[in-house]
Design a protein around this ligand. Structure first.
Ligand code: 13P
Length: 253
């Protein structure tokens, strides 16, 4: 059985004080649990990575970035490299979050470059995929997710692919209060695992963790986690409240 993984994506929220107090609360109230029974990561905005890394201290809570750029250094105003993130204590980086894809306009090709650069530099990517409501209604979920998964892993060796965590986040469920039912999520998670099995092999497909994201909360976390192919949750809104996020972590074990 893979160890469950709960990651909090704070998006463009918190400030210098609340980021630290939230991280301290999560670290203090999950000792004995985080890192042992469940992996936990916090993904604050770039500017609070350092303070949050210090706030989690020597707890087993990992810190992740919400994005990363693929170039190592140079004239890329506003971007942040893999080595900078590692330098600030990051273990993970989200790649291809739906808001990056659909609000900022990132392509599969750019997402693949980010995933590749992250793995090559020793940062663990969390590759996010998911369909829009129009695509689901048009019966195109399988096609859309298949394309995002194949393009996301393009050119990655099996050894490098093992460093990737997948996240399925149906865009229509993000921040809307509309959660995919456990069955709807499981269906797509099974598809993702099958695709990874076809691209690589079944051992690798079994080992890669696939998180669900989209209005995950204390009330639905346990039911989602019960599904066979749901290995964890990528939590947005509910990760901004220490009580809710801690309840989700507890529900995962
Ligand atoms: P919500 O949990 O706020 O729906 O956000 C999900 C998400 O996008 C996490 O990355």
């Amino acid at each position: 059985m893979t160890k469950p993984f709960i990651a909090g994506n704070w998006k463009m929220n918190t400030d210098s004080r609340s980021s630290v107090s939230l991280a301290e609360a999560v670290a203090a109230r999950t000792t004995g649990l985080a890192g042992r029974q469940v992996d936990v990561a916090l993904c604050p905005p770039f500017v609070y990575l350092g303070p949050v890394f210090r706030a989690v201290g020597n707890s087993s809570i990992a810190v992740g970035a919400q994005d990363v750029y693929f170039q190592p250094d140079g004239a890329f105003t506003g971007e942040v490299s893999v080595s900078m993130l590692k330098d600030m204590g990051c273990t993970y980086a989200l790649c291809g979050h739906s808001e990056r894809r659909h609000v900022i306009g990132e392509s599969d090709e750019l997402v693949n470059k980010k995933v590749t650069a992250a793995v090559s530099g020793g940062l663990l990517p969390i590759l996010c995929v998911g369909e829009l409501i129009e695509q689901r209604k048009a019966g195109r979920t399988t096609e859309v997710v298949t394309g995002q998964v194949k393009n996301g892993f393009a050119g990655l060796s099996a050894e490098k692919a093992l460093a990737v965590t997948m996240a399925y986040e149906p865009v229509w469920a993000i921040g809307t209060g509309l959660t995919a039912t456990p069955q709807q999520a499981q269906e797509v998670h099974a598809l993702i695992r099958e695709l990874i099995g076809r691209i690589y092999d079944s051992r690798l497909a079994d080992e890669i963790r696939i998180l669900y994201g989209g209005s995950a909360k204390p009330g639905n976390a346990a039911a989602l986690m019960q599904e066979q192919d749901i290995d964890g949750l990528l939590v947005g809104g509910a990760s901004l409240k220490a009580d809710d996020f801690i309840d989700i972590i507890k529900a995962a074990v």
